[in-house]
Design a protein. Structure first.
Length: 325
């Protein structure tokens, strides 16, 4: 049986740190509200780095960590909801920047679940072809699609990128569980171009070009998605939840994690979080967290971990993997 394992990780975060106090000078908010409602203390906001630059830097680090040359990479998938261009794809631009001449490259759009979806698509492509190695990247410049006058959203998000190299191997990703609920898509939106040409002018239903969120609905959806996904993955792998060393969730809100821990009857410490430093970086958040854990040497060969994401679409899903670096 062909398995897919993670063999390297990388990340890039803009240097510009914006604290809650800094934000209180931009919108009517305060450190106390943001910290108690979300757990976020600061986030990184681009001062010029775009999605391609951040994705490229994260990819270079992941390649170095896996001791591979860019020409060894057969596939690059970038998950992003904030591409710099409609065309070329972010993945093709990364390919050009790192010289991954042999790779097939494309982007996927699954909002905050994008990194998980990317991992599943990349794993399937490696398993079903003679391609051996892939770069899966989550990269976002969310600051460009935030309404900086809406305190309900602009305090939640940050910019950044995370990447991992996956390869065919002996042991590694043991199961995926992914799902989409299009009928609930209205709860988290960001509009794009309207159909406008010399013959017609139609306003897009989602006509606001920044993130809009029904926070309370997404909160409930988040708790259910994480607990359902963890449950499904435990069933598929026949693992015991006690044997899982870490659950690495999409980093959105520490209260979501507290509620989920209670629902699953597990300790909060099983969830790895770094959202206090980076806020919600959408498709990048799980990959950034994984890289941070790898760099801190929190993971040993054989450790069982679960990655789980949820977000716009609505989309959610997770991966159960044995760390095998
Ligand atoms: O990747 C996408 C995943 N997204 C998520 O997981 C988000 C899930 N949802 C949440 O995290 C929470 O719903 C939020 C943090 C977004 C909001 O928390 P909440 O407890 O649901 O607050 P709320 O929206 O119901 O607002 C409560 C109050 C309101 O004031 P009034 O009407 O009670 O006077 C808001 O206007 O808090 C006010 N408020 C703020 N006050 C200070 C909203 N945003 C702010 C703010 N600073 N930044």
């Amino acid at each position: 049986m062909i398995n897919i394992k993670v063999t390297g990780t990388g990340s890039y975060l803009p240097k510009n740190v914006i604290t809650n106090d800094d934000l209180s000078k931009v919108v009517d908010t305060n450190d106390e509200w943001i910290k108690t409602r979300t757990g976020i203390k600061e986030r990184r906001i681009s001062q010029g780095e775009d999605t391609i630059t951040m994705a490229t830097n994260a990819a270079k680090e992941a390649l170095k960590d896996s001791n591979l040359d860019s020409k060894d990479i057969d596939l690059i998938i970038v998950a992003t909801l904030t591409p710099d261009n409609f065309m070329p794809s972010t993945a093709c631009s990364v390919q050009n920047n790192i010289g991954a001449l042999n790779a097939m490259c494309f982007d996927i759009s699954a909002a905050c679940s994008g990194f998980i979806y990317g991992l599943e698509v990349a794993s399937s492509l490696l398993k079903s072809s003679n391609r051996k190695r892939a770069l899966v990247i989550g990269a976002e410049t969310l600051s460009k699609i935030l309404n900086w006058e809406d305190r309900g959203t602009c305090v939640l998000f940050g910019d950044g990128a995370g990447a991992c190299v996956i390869e065919k191997g002996d042991k590694g990703i043991e199961a995926f569980h992914t799902h989409s609920i299009g009928e609930k898509g209205d709860n988290l939106t960001c509009g794009a171009y309207d159909v406008q040409n010399p013959y017609v002018s139609i306003k897009n239903e989602v006509n606001e070009k920044y993130i809009k969120m029904n926070g309370r609905e997404i909160f409930k959806f988040a708790v259910k998605s994480i607990s359902d996904t963890v449950g499904e993955l435990i069933k598929k792998t026949s693992w015991e939840l006690d044997d899982v060393k870490y659950i690495v969730p999409h980093q959105a809100n520490v209260r979501v994690i507290d509620y989920t821990a209670k629902k699953l009857n597990i300790d909060n410490d099983k969830f790895y979080t770094n959202l206090d430093k980076y806020g919600n970086t959408s498709a990048a958040s799980i990959a950034i967290a994984l890289d941070e854990m790898n760099k801190k040497k929190l993971l040993n060969k054989g450790d069982k971990i679960i990655l789980v994401g949820f977000g716009g679409g609505l989309t959610y899903g997770g991966a159960a993997l044995c760390w095998n670096v």
